[in-house]
Design a protein around this ligand. Structure first.
Ligand SMILES: O=C(O)C1=C[C@@H](OP(=O)(O)O)[C@@H](O)[C@H](O)C1
Ligand SMILES: C=C(OP(=O)(O)O)C(=O)O
Length: 426
């Protein structure tokens, strides 16, 4: 598709779709609780639809009533063996977290995904799950999908320090630990998004978190509850950046999730001197209204423990940095290489094709600003965040066309992205 270029300004208010991480987990916890869970403002992106389809295949009734999704929970002991292979689509979150759920189930299943997911390492979950007594294996020494799993209802509790900063690995192990015979201790490398821990408490379970150390007792059960999903800050990120770099812009994003394990991008924008204000802060729902205006930006360094708090935003943050007056350095972000694409290489190649000056490194990028962007043909390679970053970059292009190939990848996390963007363009 041909992307809109040369925007003279962006203006308006928007409610971004529901948080993807919380949406996945609302289906999972709803299914594993006894009773009826009603989920409001769930994201209906393809990744979450994959999680819903998998739980239906595992015997859970899930109704989409338009204004809410109703999950008729069956409890940990109510899942049934699937008749079909479980299709995880493009979703790393689905395959890894559901591996942890199936770890404690006394049946076999096979999990597979699309071309992108089939290249992503699953050994980070298979290794610790094997230690707990699960029979799980994939392809090659990195355990790429498809994965075959046979769970056990006598899982050994685990005491495990994560070698990578990953909420997906942490959450997979938490789901397994909830079904184990005793208490498990999981220690994080860096603090990552904590939606699983929050939801255990919301669904009446028990978890103790002390800094990076998490303790979970096995044999727990959950009670159904209602969930309202806040807007996804990872989706809001595209409009935050667009509003800062396109001239004559002011964008207001309502009801954006501001869980403290997700707000790295707000700190980066502030460090770069961006005009960003928070209002209507709701401490209980952990949400706020965010407003951005066109800004002169200074460069910054992004590294260390902030990285997991903005990991999915780094592609569009790289674009932001191309418009700062000086050189921005991103370090400690080697996890970007094992996302839907190698996001260090793909982001650098894409923005360099458009005229940016980015040097990819082993664990990040060196981004020289401020550069003019030009037309190019970009292929998402099946990565939604590459597609949305390209669409925001195109707004700055005054010279030539920007053609986006495989734009349908954006369905993964933001089906209405282009519609929402078009409403803001003056
Ligand atoms: O737990 C989650 O919901 C997610 C964790 C992150 O992945 P990692 O755990 O691989 O860092 C993130 O990139 C992904 O989009 C969603
Ligand atoms: C990495 C992402 O998702 P997942 O790992 O669930 O595929 C993402 O949404 O950017």
């Amino acid at each position: 598709m041909k992307l809109q270029t040369n925007a003279t300004g962006l203006s308006g208010k928007l409610k971004v779709p529901g948080d993807k991480s919380i949406s996945h987990r609302s289906i999972m916890f709803g299914a594993l609780a006894k009773g009826t869970t009603r989920v409001h403002d769930i994201l209906r992106g393809e990744d979450v639809l994959s999680t819903m389809a998998v739980f239906r295949e595992l015997g859970v009734t899930i109704e989409d009533k338009g204004d809410e999704v109703v999950v008729h929970g069956v409890g940990f002991d109510g899942l049934r063996a699937p008749q079909e292979r479980l299709d995880m689509g493009n979703s790393g979150t689905s395959i890894r977290l559901i591996s942890g759920v199936l770890a404690g189930q006394p049946f076999s299943a096979e999990m597979f995904g699309d071309d992108s997911l089939s290249k992503r390492p699953m050994d980070r979950v298979t290794k610790p799950l094997r230690q707990m007594g699960v029979d799980i294996s994939g392809q090659t020494e990195r355990d790429l999908p498809p994965l075959k799993i046979t769970g056990s209802n006598h899982l050994t509790p685990i005491n495990y320090t994560l070698p990578v900063a990953s909420a997906q690995v942490k959450s997979a192990l938490i789901f397994a630990a909830l079904q184990a015979d005793g208490e498990s201790v999981i220690t994080e490398k860096e603090k990552t998004r904590n939606h699983t821990e929050d939801m255990i408490q919301q669904f009446g379970g028990e978890i103790s978190v002390n800094g990076k150390e998490i303790r979970i007792k096995g044999g727990q059960s959950f009670t159904a509850t209602d969930v309202t999903v806040p807007g996804d800050i990872s989706s809001a990120a595209f409009f935050l950046v667009a509003g800062l770099i396109v001239p004559n812009s002011e964008i207001t994003l309502k009801n954006v999730g501001i869980n403290e394990t997700r707000t790295g991008i707000i700190e980066v924008i502030q460090a770069m001197g961006g005009d960003l204000t928070l209002s209507d802060v709701d401490e209980v729902a952990k949400s706020a209204t965010l407003t951005v205006r066109t800004s002169q930006l200074t460069p910054t360094e992004i590294s260390g423990d902030i990285i997991p708090r903005l990991i999915d935003e780094l592609p569009v943050i790289a674009l932001l940095a191309t418009q700062a007056n000086g050189t921005t350095v991103i370090r400690d972000a080697e996890e970007l290489k094992v996302k839907e694409t190698d996001r260090i290489q793909v982001v650098a190649d894409m923005l360099n094709d458009m005229g940016a000056d980015i040097t990819p490194t082993d664990d990040g990028m060196i981004i020289k600003g401020k550069t003019n962007l030009n037309g190019a043909t970009i292929n998402t390679q099946g990565d939604h965040r590459i597609g949305m970053t390209a669409a925001v970059a195109a707004l700055l292009v005054t010279d030539g066309d920007v053609i986006l190939e495989r734009s349908e990848a954006i369905q993964t996390s933001y089906p209405a992205f282009f519609e929402d963007l078009s409403h803001l363009i003056l």
